[in-house]
Write a protein that binds this ligand. Sequence first.
Ligand SMILES: Cc1cc2nc3c(=O)[nH]c(=O)nc-3n(C[C@H](O)[C@H](O)[C@H](O)COP(=O)(O)OP(=O)(O)OC[C@H]3O[C@@H](n4cnc5c(N)ncnc54)[C@H](O)[C@@H]3O)c2cc1C
Ligand code: SF4
Ligand code: SF4
Ligand code: SF4
Length: 376
Amino acid sequence: MAEDPTAKISDIKPKSFEDLIKNVHEKDICGECGGCVSFCTAADIGAIEMTEDGPPHYSNEENCLHCGICYLICPETFELDNELNIKYDFKPPIGNWLKIVTAQAKDPKIREIATDGGVVTAILIALFENNLINGALISKRVSSFQRISFFAKSREEILEAAGTYYDLKGPVPELGNYNTFVSTISELKKINYSDYMKIAVVGVPCQIHSIRKMQELNIIPAHIVKYTLGLFCYENFKFDDVARAKIEERFNFSFKDIEKINIKDNLIINLRNKDTPLKIQFSELRDIMRHACRVCENFSNYFADISFGGLGSQTGYTTVMVRTKTGERIYNLAQNKGYIIEPKDLNSSVEKSKILAQIISFSKKKLKRTEEFEVR
Ligand SMILES: Cc1cc2nc3c(=O)[nH]c(=O)nc-3n(C[C@H](O)[C@H](O)[C@H](O)COP(=O)(O)OP(=O)(O)OC[C@H]3O[C@@H](n4cnc5c(N)ncnc54)[C@H](O)[C@@H]3O)c2cc1C
Ligand code: SF4
Ligand code: SF4
Ligand code: SF4
């Protein structure tokens, strides 16, 4: 619709959290990334906060300045996307990239506990040990099935947060509302930072998208984020009591026997009483997918400095997409200093084109899914 030429600037009402409620929460597409809360809290406005298990809400509505920043930085609004697409040279469906390889951490201790090849952990340790960061915003286990956002400030703490295995040696785990997604960036505000602080953030595409929007606006707390390490993400799941019962019955296993969960080309579940992992296709899990994921178009994390996934690589290796010059610099540092290795035989041009083809295929599938839902 054409703009009303008689409208006065004073008539233009900036968007606010109320518009987020209307355009995102009420459409059931809030991904609970925590971006809106991280700005509002870091700026000491404190109008909104995350809820325990759902979208953020007004905690002190009277504090709201109606500044509209939360609306701009939400990955579910289209605001600032044109600017980001230009800045990061976005080309559909997988975005810009400088290099795609399969790699692994050189340190076998990292590989043993990592999700795939441990490259994310190895790069974080390289950044830390070479004084490029003061810490990294990642996620760590707090009980068998629960992970929380975590600001790691040492090599040991980065190691502690690697991987997605579950420690089931002790008593039968409390399952609770197990969610494969962890709202990490809302915790940015809790980091006791100075403007000189430099951090890396690991996140799925919706989280990195929100951080890039904040950086585009030059606002706190994203100014301390120097490196964005993005994870591939096809979808995430909320395994509440009902979902768990459904899945256990559908695939004939018990959550209490899970040793490791990985999201790759399928949901891959290692069970302690089985030699081969259970592989469940995403299409068989549609009814327990988080609602926001239905409309998410970004599989390969195209605004990150480097993207990582299991897709395309053998077990024990991580697929790496170096995207920006910053990403290239830190990847080269980690490789040259012996933190990561790229086996030659797995990185022939034939192998690399197979990896690229898989990333393109999953990205297209995800785009198609979004179009089908047509929620927007
Ligand atoms: C929720 C989620 C969905 C994913 N979906 C896919 C997918 O569909 N296809 C695919 O190929 N790959 C997917 N990945 C990426 C894949 O599982 C690996 O994380 C990636 O290959 C890196 O492996 P690595 O061994 O190098 O990482 P590691 O060295 O094990 O390091 C992983 C890092 O990620 C952090 N982390 C773990 N869980 C979370 C979380 N929930 N939120 C934020 N940070 C977290 C850890 O703290 C750690 O620092 C997903 C990852 C996550 C967390
Ligand atoms: S003060 Fe601004 S950022 Fe905070 S809730 Fe209100 S509109 Fe959103
Ligand atoms: S910024 Fe994130 S948490 Fe906030 S409304 Fe948007 S999707 Fe939800
Ligand atoms: S698919 Fe992944 S990136 Fe997209 S909304 Fe869901 S959790 Fe976020």
